[in-house]
Design a protein around this ligand. Structure first.
Ligand code: NI
Length: 189
């Protein structure tokens, strides 16, 4: 078990374009994926990308069962996606609040394409392909942005809709979570 330090916005390593994985089924790849998983679980995130732990490879992990921050959102299966490719299925976008482990304590209102087809590989090199919508599509777009050096604040259209969780909760802009069910970083992607 290795929980890694998550790089924070401002660190230039988050702004790089990550390199494709070329070898599958290796112990190094499994180690990287295990470290990402341990870190995501320890920080109660809903997703993480390899560059966030300083590894410049095109690997993302996402998934959750129940998220108190988004109680109406259906679960997303825990997925390791390597060398992902996204194809937009519509031009329609929707806005929703996002957080990120690299931007702790904050949320911003981000437009994302509502329906996408994504493909990529698992750690053994097997193909994964899914067509998804709404929050699932949002999570994948957020994580894949990390592989191109893009953080969600760069996607916000109206910077008046970007702020600290406590202040946004107090203003009624995001739902306030009772302390006993506080998801911590659960809303972070
Ligand atoms: Ni993120």
């Amino acid at each position: 078990m290795a929980i890694k330090e998550v790089l924070k916005m401002g660190d230039p390593r988050l702004l790089r374009v990550a390199e494709p994985v070329t070898e599958f089924g290796t112990s190094e790849l499994q180690q990287t994926v295990d470290d990402m998983l341990d870190t995501m679980i320890a920080l109660k995130g809903a997703g993480i990308a390899a560059p966030q732990i300083g590894i410049n490879l095109r690997i993302v992990i996402f998934g959750f069962e129940h998220n108190p921050r988004y109680p109406d959102v259906p679960p997303i299966p825990l997925t390791v996606l390597i060398n992902p490719l996204i194809v937009f299925q519509t031009e329609e976008t929707a806005e929703a609040w996002e957080g990120c482990l690299s931007v702790p304590g904050m949320r911003g209102l981000v437009p994302r394409v509502r329906c996408i087809k994504y493909s990529g590989r698992d750690t053994q090199g097997h193909t994964i392909e899914r067509t998804v919508a709404d929050f699932h599509a949002r999570v994948v777009q957020h994580e894949c942005d990390h592989l191109d050096g893009v953080l969600y604040p760069q996607r916000i259209r109206d910077l008046t809709k970007f702020g600290f969780i406590e202040a946004l909760e107090a203003a009624g802009l995001i739902p306030s979570i009772p302390k006993e069910t506080n998801p911590g970083n659960k809303g972070n992607l």
